[in-house]
Design a binder for this molecule. Structure first.
Ligand code: CAA
Length: 283
C-alpha cells in the first residue's frame, strides 16, 4: 500500500514531532488535538522547530513553507482519506480507546492505524478497532526529529502486511526500525525505565548526588543525558506509569517503583513540563 496522506492524532511532545518529520519527508499530513487551543499550540511548535532549522541554515525559508504547507489542522472527521493514522494522545487506556472508537466511523477501509503508546498493549488497543489486522504499534522517541529509532510492534492480530507498511513508512522518515513483540515496555523501555528507576533508588539511598549520578552515566558510559535528567525530560509521571506497567505485567519485584520517584510525582514535580522534577527549571 502506498502511503500518501498521514493522520496524526495529538500534537503534544510526540505528535507534533511525528507530524513534522512526516511532512518534511513529503507526506501530506492532517493533524488534530483534543481542543483547538492544543492543536494551535502543536502547529506553532512545528513552525518554531522549522524556524530554528532555517536560522541554522539547515533548510531555507522556502523549504520551511513547503513543509508547513503540507500540514493541515482539522478534526477527526477530516481523517477519512488518510492512508496511515498515528495516534499520539495522552498515555491513558481509556483516552486512547475513545480516540480509536471515533476513528472507527471515519477511517477508510484498509487504513493502517498506529499507536505511539510507550506502555499499553497493542493487542488491547486493537480490540476496539474495526480492522485489528491493520493495527500496529509505532513507538517513536523524544525528540522525534533527532532520535533515529522507531519500534514496530505487532499485536496478536496485526497482519504481516500492516507491520510491513508501518516499517517502510518509518524508514521513509529516515528512521531505523526494530520489530518488537507486544510485551510490556517493548524493547527500549524494558531496559531504559528500570535504569532510571535504579537511579532514583540510588539517589534515595544517598549513593551520590543527583548531579553525580547523572555524571556517572554521562561520563562513565557516554549517555547523552544522565538518567535523572532524562527522567525530567520524559516526565516523571510517564516514567512511573511505564514502570508500573512493567511491574504489573511482568510480575517481578525488580520493577517495583522507587519511593522517591513516587513522592516526586505525588508532589506534582513531573519534570521539565511542570518546571520542576529532580531539578529546578523555573529560572
Ligand atoms: N526537537 C528537534 N531537534 C532537537 C530538539 C527538539 N526538541 N532538541 C534538540 N534538538 C537537536 C538540536 O537542534 C541539535 O541539532 P544539530 O546538531 O543539528 O544542531 C541536536 O538535537 C543536539 O541538540 P543540542 O546541541 O541542543 O543538545 P544535546 O547535544 O544535549 O542533545 C538531545 C539534545 C538530542 C535531547 C540529547 O541530549 C539526547 O539524545 N538525549 C537523550 C534523549 C533520549 O534518550 N530520548 C528518548 C527518551 S525515551 C522516549 O522518548 C520514549 C518513552 O517511551 C519514554
Amino acid at each position: 500500500m502506498a502511503i500518501k496522506k498521514v493522520g496524526v492524532l495529538g500534537l503534544g511532545t510526540m505528535g507534533h514531532g511525528i507530524a513534522q518529520v512526516a511532512a518534511a519527508s513529503g507526506f501530506e499530513v492532517i493533524a488534530t488535538d483534543a481542543t483547538d487551543e492544543f492543536m494551535k499550540k502543536g502547529l506553532a511548535r512545528i513552525e518554531k522547530n522549522l524556524g530554528r532549522l532555517v536560522e541554522k541554515e539547515k533548510i531555507d525559508a522556502a523549504k520551511r513553507d513547503e513543509i508547513l504547507g503540507r500540514i493541515k489542522g482539522g478534526g477527526v472527521k477530516d481523517f477519512g482519506d488518510a492512508d496511515l493514522i498515528v495516534e499520539a494522545v495522552t498515555e491513558a487506556i481509556e483516552v486512547k480507546k475513545k480516540v480509536f472508537g471515533l476513528l472507527n466511523d471515519v477511517a477508510k477501509p484498509g487504513a493502517i492505524l498506529a499507536s505511539n503508546t510507550s506502555s499499553i498493549s497493542i493487542t488491547l488497543l486493537s480490540s476496539v478497532v474495526k480492522e485489528p489486522e491493520n493495527f500496529v504499534g509505532m513507538h517513536f522517541f523524544n525528540p522525534v526529529p533527532v532520535m533515529k529509532l522507531v519500534e514496530i510492534i505487532s499485536g496478536l492480530q496485526t497482519s504481516a502486511d500492516a507491520a510491513q507498511v508501518a516499517t517502510e513508512f518509518a524508514q521513509s522518515l529516515g528512521k531505523t526500525t526494530i520489530a518488537v513483540k507486544d510485551s510490556a515496555g517493548f524493547a527500549v523501555n524494558r531496559l531504559l525505565i528500570p535504569m532510571i528507576n535504579e537511579a532514583f533508588c540510588a539517589l534515595d539511598e544517598g549513593v551520590a548526588s543527583a548531579e553525580e549520578i547523572d555524571q556517572a552515566m554521562q561520563l562513565g558510559c557516554n549517555h547523552p543525558m544522565g538518567p535523572l535528567t532524562l527522567a525530567d525530560f520524559v516526565g516523571l509521571d510517564v516514567t512511573l506509569n511505564a514502570l508500573s506497567v512493567l511491574y504489573n505485567d511482568l510480575g517481578s519485584d525488580k520493577y517495583a517503583p522507587s519511593q522517591l520517584l513516587r513522592k516526586y510525582v505525588e508532589a506534582g514535580r513531573l519534570g521539565r513540563k511542570t518546571g520542576r522534577g529532580v531539578y529546578d527549571y523555573s529560572k
